[in-house]
Design a protein around this ligand. Sequence first.
Ligand SMILES: Nc1ncnc2c1ncn2[C@@H]1O[C@H](COP(=O)(O)OP(=O)(O)OP(=O)(O)O)[C@@H](O)[C@H]1O
Length: 250
Amino acid sequence: MSDYPAVKISGLGFTYPSQSGSLFTDLNLEIQQGERFGLFGPNGAGKTTLMSLMTGLLPFNEGIIELNGQSIQTKDKKINQLFGYVPQDFSFYDELTPVENLEFFGAWSGLNTKQIKQRTAELLDVMNLTSVANKAVTKFSGGMKRRVNLAIGVIHQPKILFLDEPTVGVDVQTRHDILNYLLQLNKNGTTLIYTSHQLSEAEELCKRVAMIDNGKIVAHDDLDKLLVDHEQDGLEGLFLNLTGKNFSQS
Ligand SMILES: Nc1ncnc2c1ncn2[C@@H]1O[C@H](COP(=O)(O)OP(=O)(O)OP(=O)(O)O)[C@@H](O)[C@H]1O
């Protein structure tokens, strides 16, 4: 494991071209190796945008974002192999089967044929998708699609995994299975960087959190410590205390 933080953001500035003001100004954040880190905030706070910046999907001009000590702005393909991204919107090809999707994204992330075959079989099993492995994803339920989305994000065994609302629209059993899988990945050394509006799930998964409001980080610490410091017994109260906004309405 390297000595670098998993993520280091220094002096980040970002403005959407269509917006008048900056969303982020001089934003700084460090996430250490092996953390289970949650990024929370009201609708429009900037969580998805920050994920897109950390994963290089959105370009920026001000500041530096490093993953394991490497700038995300480098053109080196190795940095893409370092992290996985499970976006809120499904990122697979609907008309393809889970096997075809995993083969495609496995090759895209640099795996060889043997590795792709092995990882595809493993992930179909772990995600309980073996019986539908050769059926087009378009006919799947929301929960099955979430599992395909997650499998694609982890096919290359990334060291850092970004997850944007990975359990939206899934049933209790699927949520439980996904959370257990993520905890297992973290035990084996994967850094998890997660955002969600499911607070009970977040409390279960995240050890360290940052609260973001209007593009500013208003708190960043161990979840347990923040709860004690702000005399709260859960993320819902903490959120209200820090942002003045009700999470369930955000
Ligand atoms: N493509 C875009 N072009 C212009 N403005 C955008 C774009 N995407 C997001 N924004 C604006 O940037 C701000 C942050 O949005 P973002 O989606 O990052 O928030 P969020 O915290 O992820 O919200 P949510 O909880 O609703 O997913 C909002 O004011 C939003 O309107």
